[in-house]
Write a protein of this length. Structure first.
Lengths: 485, 143
């Protein structure tokens, strides 16, 4: 693991740094300290020897002062002076020379004479013997350096032990602390990894659970859709028989009917057809809700689509004296969309308009091109249009409206009419008969296209206007269906 | 001119009955089969002028039956019109691939059923081309 390697190299680096430091500590304590000690001690001994030489020289000067010419020959006298120093064990020898550096006498300590360690001697500075400002001789004292040497060796040993120990401690302790920290970091890393792993596993389990739930939900939704598809097929088959045979009888194919029979059979037919449209709408809506409906996007010829949509309601509107008008100037020739579903949207809106418009009224189908840019809707001539919808990107749109002179809508019903099983009010539903699903289905179909539908009205008893906007380029191109040819 | 023969292959008895009732008004000979196997037998035996084929037959389905009929040289030119239900929109494509000449969607519109049937005869005689037709189907809706 990279982290581990980095941590190890940290302690290695520390060891590399520590080594010269500890080496220096060991060197200073082991060698330099005893050397300094030796130097100081030997200097002290040398000074002592010099002082003794001075004292001796003074005594001899006194002797010379008493008898200036004879003192050289009074050997007993200066020997006596020198002998007074002898008990001083440290003194190895005393050399006494005259002004010409000719030895007058040389004394050596008898006990120390044969000491093999006499090599370790320290000679003090020679002290001149002055008489009448004239140097008449010189005395130098040499003392034994053995004890200094030995104590220095001892000091060296002690300091060596101390130095090595200190060096070892200063090397080992920081390393041990660092490696202990390292180990703790490693342990922490390890537990961290474990924790991450545990979390990851938990997360995976959760996501698997979620996937499973999603699959179950999908399966349930599919089962529901399949059930609805089968169910509606089962419901429709007998209903189609009812309608078919009733039509046959009502059309007097099975013999003449009297007026009352014809009327009642007409009622049976009307109710059966209503029931069929209910079943169809429920199926359509549940398919959309279950996400089962996909757009078959292709090129749609808009003027033709709009014009053809009128043919579907022409018969009903003519019967009731309702004028149909179309205002589609300047609309694009083609848009992208699902033609079948657009047809259904238009049919739903138009048949609603006709249904809710009193006899002799009017229904207008209008369409125009719109542009959405800089958070504003504008018509082709640049007017700002109040569209209650904000698309995610700028682009060209088409607005299609179905306006009627009909019964109008209360302000509070403008939103509600798009909810499933909602008609403006129950008395309306009784009078006009409907499934209450048409507009919610229409809304879903518009939204599938990425568009928006909304209602406006002049209030109860006045006009209503259902508008929707569609992007000119909806969806991606898909394989166009082959024709039966 | 001899009476045209129409073979109705449909497993639902009431559907069959309704189709028969409607066809009787057009003075056709009517053959009925309640399943695909019987339908194929009848087709090979009687060489009908038109076959009305329910797509959702139980047992062998209508598409397989159509393929078998179309493989028969004697029946190759016989138009097969699929009866498809509103719920099964995708079947239209499949029916065409299986060799159906056209389709009539259920529920059957009793008032223009005969006209829809007649188109296949006329086309068959005049141009030998296949046509697309169907009972005019309006999406039905209310507010």
């Amino acid at each position: 693991m990279t982290h581990e390697r980095e941590q190890k190299s940290l302690s290695n680096r520390l060891a590399e740094r520590l080594f010269p430091v500890t080496l220096a500590i060991a060197f200073i304590i082991t060698l330099v300290l005893p050397a300094v000690y030796y130097y100081l001690e030997s200097t002290r001994a040398e000074n002592e020897a010099s002082t003794q030489a001075k004292m001796l020289a003074e005594n001899i000067r006194k002797l010379a002062a008493e008898s200036p010419f004879l003192w050289k020959y009074q050997a007993t006298k200066y020997s006596q002076i020198i002998d007074d120093f002898i008990p001083h064990k440290e003194i190895l020898n005393v050399s006494f020379v005259d002004e010409k550096a000719t030895a007058i006498t040389h004394y050596e300590h008898a006990v120390q004479k044969n000491n093999p360690w006499n090599g370790f001697s320290i000679r003090g500075r020679p002290a001149p013997i002055m008489f009448n400002n004239r140097k008449i001789g010189e005395i130098s004292v040499t003392v034994s350096g053995i004890s200094i040497f030995l104590s220095s060796i001892f000091a060296f040993l002690i300091c060596g032990i101390i130095g090595m120990s200190l060096a070892l401690i200063s090397y080992r302790v920081p390393l041990r602390v660092v490696s202990k920290l390292e180990r703790q970091i490693l342990v922490y890393q390890h537990t961290l990894e474990e924790k991450v792993e545990q979390r990851t596993i938990a997360l995976q389990e959760t996501s698997q659970e979620a996937l499973l739930l999603a699959k179950q939900a999908q399966a349930a939704s599919r089962a529901k859709s399949d059930f609805l598809a089968n169910m509606s097929h089962e419901l429709r088959t007998p209903l189609n028989h009812i309608i078919g045979f009733t039509e046959l009888v009502a059309d007097q194919q099975a013999g003449k009917l009297n007026e009352m029979q014809a009327e009642y059979l007409g009622d049976v037919l009307a109710s059966s057809r209503h029931l069929l449209s209910l079943i169809n709408d429920i199926l359509d809506l549940s398919k959309v809700e279950a996400g089962k409906v996909e757009l078959e996007v292709g090129e749609v010829y808009l003027p033709a689509l709009l014009q053809n949509s009128f043919t579907m309601i022409k018969e009903k509107s003519m019967k009731r004296g309702i004028r149909l008008q179309m205002e589609i100037d300047g609309i694009p020739e083609q848009i992208r969309g699902d033609e079948r579903k657009l047809k259904q949207i238009l049919y739903n809106l138009l048949s609603n308009a006709v249904k809710f418009t009193p006899d002799g009224g009017g229904v207008t189908l209008a369409a125009c091109r719109l542009f959405f840019q800089d958070a504003q809707w504008r018509s082709e001539d640049g007017r700002v249009e109040p569209i209650p919808f904000v698309p995610s990107a700028a682009g060209e749109w088409v607005k299609i409206s179905v306006r009627d002179t009909g019964i109008g809508l209360k302000a509070e019903d403008l939103e509600r009419v798009f909810a499933p099983f909602e008609q403006a009010d129950n008395s309306v539903s009784r009078k006009y008969q409907g499934t209450g699903l048409g507009l919610s289905l229409t809304k879903r179909l518009v939204e599938l296209h990425g568009g928006k539908i909304w209602a406006e009205s002049g209030g109860e008893g006045n006009w209503s206007n259902f508008s929707f906007v569609l992007a000119m380029n909806t969806g991606t191109p898909c394989q166009s269906k082959e024709d039966w040819s | 001119m001899r009476k045209k023969t129409i073979l109705v292959i449909e497993d639902n008895e009431l559907n069959r009955k309704l189709v028969k009732a409607l066809l009787q008004r057009g003075a056709y000979n009517i053959l009925e089969a309640a399943d695909a196997e019987r339908g194929i037998d009848l087709a090979q035996e009687h060489k009908p002028d038109l076959i009305l084929m329910d797509i959702q037959l139980s047992g062998m389905d209508g598409l397989s039956a159509t393929r078998i009929i179309k493989e028969d040289l004697a029946l190759k030119e016989t138009p097969v019109v699929a009866l498809t239900s509103y719920a099964m929109e995708g079947d239209v494509e499949k029916a065409k691939k299986a060799g159906c000449t056209g389709y009539i969607s259920k529920p059957i519109n009793t008032r223009n059923f005969l006209d829809s049937i007649n188109i296949y005869f006329q086309e068959d005689q005049e141009t030998k081309s296949v046509v697309r037709t169907g009972a005019v189907q309006e999406p039905d809706s209310d507010c």
